[in-house]
Design a protein around this ligand. Structure first.
Ligand SMILES: Cc1cc2nc3c(=O)[nH]c(=O)nc-3n(C[C@H](O)[C@H](O)[C@H](O)COP(=O)(O)OP(=O)(O)OC[C@H]3O[C@@H](n4cnc5c(N)ncnc54)[C@H](O)[C@@H]3O)c2cc1C
Ligand code: SF4
Length: 274
């Protein structure tokens, strides 16, 4: 396998595709390469190509979660979502761009069961173990989206700038279907360059986990208030970051999540309205 180290976004894009895959901090990609879920001839390291750091409301895609969690310019919901993600070591390396594009944690998928996200014709979680899985939009694939920062960015109404377009965080994701199993709308050679994050009047991120730390969200709730307008972003409850807490369709083994969701939404709303 080769390692390319482009110095600009243009050179990174030119190097991608045809078996070449983008490398941020590698905390997600390297385990997927090791388990041969992702295959690559070339890794295109983005470290020197993509901006890093915070400038007002703009965040470079190569900024680490560890940098975001301590930056006072960052809205509370996003800082807290980063702080509650993974471990300090992973946050010191993992970038916000890579976090948004992390794959599902569904163990059937990680263990390479031939499920729908791997192109098969069955969701093994629906009939099997699904305690941690989705309670919304779970009819095709029932995985729960693992990104805490994505939920925060959704509530904050953030936009993503790639090498070729600008899209909202909501538009970055799509529900997988029979015809297209991907959960993002990015092209294989498209690079996330920056995020633009509006400053709310108040925001918060609350996360229910099996352990107090270093665990993925069973339910994550971000809430952001802009004047009278309150927006939500939810993690761990749908195959992609989700915005509405209404209309849950839980599976037999995860109905408990609806109660947690109701409680966290109530608590989040009261915190940003007080
Ligand atoms: C044990 C463990 C626990 C974790 N817990 C949590 C948690 O609680 N909450 C949470 O939100 N996350 C959690 N994570 C996920 C972690 O935050 C991500 O692994 C990390 O943020 C990914 O960033 P990275 O730079 O290492 O991405 P990489 O591993 O380098 O890349 C991930 C993916 O993004 C692509 N990519 C990276 N950067 C770009 C870019 N700029 N443009 C286009 N494509 C890009 C890569 O090609 C790859 O497909 C956990 C991870 C682990 C391993
Ligand atoms: S939840 Fe999604 S990733 Fe998991 S087994 Fe079902 S189709 Fe595969």
């Amino acid at each position: 396998m080769e390692l390319a180290r482009p110095e600009s976004v243009e050179d990174a894009v030119a190097a991608l595709g045809n078996g070449a895959v983008a490398l941020g901090g590698g905390t997600e990609l390297v385990p997927l390469l090791n388990s041969r879920i992702v295959r690559a001839d070339t890794l295109v390291e983005l470290r020197s190509a993509v901006p890093k750091g915070v400038d007002g409301t703009t965040i470079g895609a190569a900024t680490t979660l560890g940098e975001l969690e301590v930056d006072p310019q960052i809205p509370d919901a996003l800082r807290e979502a980063c702080r509650l993600s993974a471990s300090p070591q992973l946050r010191a390396t993992g970038t916000i761009g890579g976090n948004l594009l992390q794959a599902t944690r569904c163990w059937y998928w990680r263990l390479k069961f031939p499920c729908r996200l791997h192109g098969g014709d069955r969701c093994h979680a629906q009939d099997g173990q699904h305690r941690e899985h989705a309670i919304f939009a779970n009819d095709f694939c029932a995985s729960g989206h693992p990104s805490d920062p994505a939920a925060a960015l959704l509530a904050l109404g953030a936009t993503v700038r790639t090498d070729r377009r600008e899209l909202t965080v909501g538009e970055l994701y799509r529900l997988p279907t029979e015809d297209d199993r991907s959960t993002t709308t990015l092209e294989p050679d498209e690079v996330i360059v920056e995020l633009e994050v509006p400053q709310p009047d108040a925001s918060v991120y609350l996360k229910a986990m099996d352990r107090q730390r270093w665990a993925f969200a069973l339910v994550g709730v971000a809430a952001a208030r802009f004047g009278e307008d309150v927006r939500l972003g939810l993690a761990g409850v749908a195959p992609i970051p989700w915005s509405s807490p209404e209309g849950a369709t839980p599976l037999p083994g995860n109905a408990y999540k609806t109660k947690i969701l109701e409680a966290l939404v109530r608590r989040a709303r009261s915190q940003i309205l007080s």
